[in-house]
Write a protein that binds this ligand. Sequence first.
Ligand SMILES: Cc1cc2nc3c(=O)[nH]c(=O)nc-3n(C[C@H](O)[C@H](O)[C@H](O)COP(=O)(O)OP(=O)(O)OC[C@H]3O[C@@H](n4cnc5c(N)ncnc54)[C@H](O)[C@@H]3O)c2cc1C
Length: 432
Amino acid sequence: MHPNKQIVVVGGGFAGTTLVGELERHLPAEYQIVLVSEESYTTFNPMLAEVVGASVFPEHVVAPIRQILDPSRGSQFIMGRVTAVDRERRVVTARTLAGMREIPYAHLVLAFGTRANLDLVPGLAQHALPLKLVGDAMFIRNRVLQRVACIELETDRRERARLGHFVVIGGGFSGVEVAGELADFLAGAVRFYPRVRRSELRVTLLHDLDRLLPELPAVLGQAAARSLADRGIDVRLGTRAIEVTAQGVALSNDEPIAAGTVICTIGTRPNALVARLGVALQRGRIETEADLRVRDTHDVWAIGDCALVRNHAADAAVAPPTAQFAIAQARHLARNIVHAIADQPTRAFGHVPKGMMATTGRLKGVAHAYGLSLSGLAAWLLWRAYYLSRMPTLGRKFRIWIEWTWGMFFAADITHLRFTRTQDSERDALVP
Ligand SMILES: Cc1cc2nc3c(=O)[nH]c(=O)nc-3n(C[C@H](O)[C@H](O)[C@H](O)COP(=O)(O)OP(=O)(O)OC[C@H]3O[C@@H](n4cnc5c(N)ncnc54)[C@H](O)[C@@H]3O)c2cc1C
């Protein structure tokens, strides 16, 4: 394939995979698409909280990128981490399973997202559990099960209370969802641990603003707080975690909380690749022109969380880092790349958000869609219907639907699956 006919996309998240799907449909056949991404799958982040709460299996919130690509189009997927971009020579360098590789491009799209920021609060990196990747969600779920199993064997009353206290930092979408899922999971799991009392398991949600879910109308933030409180969650508004230690969390306005598990849902930092690109940045995000081209370039484009994109349907306000905007930008960019190749004018990006929603545990949620505010079961059903429809591949949709239906009638899975191999089984000690 001629390098002048190659479109290279870096990052197989919401932005990258949507873009490739659109390009496969609309690019002239002589153009080849190459998608480079670190993992072989794309992660459906809005469902990570459900993995923590064992509402779905981890394998079902990821979709193999090779199965998303259209085999008849001949697009190439390379599993690798892009480490450098040479804009003079128009090549990207990637560390792949087969060593370092150079990949030439005619147009390059940067869609590599952001990383979790564990420097926001002292002790976060050492003692808190971030929720950003599917591995994080699996780890948290195992940690929760370990904690409950530890309580059974612990005789010290204060230590039992500490082990049974789960603190979630951040009252945005993922914090609210994880707190709700966790409370439901613990309530369902505790009956299999006869030496643990329900009252020994507590979930606290810390949020530094005066209401949850600031992106939604105030009334829905209040409805979410009520719904979580009804599940026994201690929602502390206007409360900032100022330090996380092995013993728990120090607070800005109250006594420290003794907690065995601290889950962090706040903060992102730029991907390390950003600093090596030599392009204009604003607070670590890649600055783009109105048509999504990277500022001062003609053949490099950026979309999704790694890009600073202005929404020209909303007075050029900076687009929020959400899946909805990543998908809208990807669709728009596909059209602009097709136009750029055909020497036609490109268009400014604009998107009117359809709404936002969050679950607050099983059968409860809040939603603001098409100007309407909903809470309770209707919002929860809407959340499930929407995310099921967005899930890549028909097979995954079906599996999740079965799992959700299964979960309505049977207890959540409390298997603590450890990855012990035969070679390790003799000397393997239980990890704390
Ligand atoms: C727990 C959680 C819950 C969320 N819930 C919601 C929600 O309910 N609604 C919503 O709208 N948004 C939600 N979001 C935000 C949403 O997931 C992001 O806005 C969206 O994923 C951004 O898409 P992206 O493609 O830009 O980045 P990502 O989805 O992060 O994808 C980036 C991809 O690039 C890859 N990559 C990174 N660096 C390199 C490299 N150097 N070389 C190659 N590949 C690389 C990564 O492995 C990843 O696959 C949530 C996020 C999290 C973490």
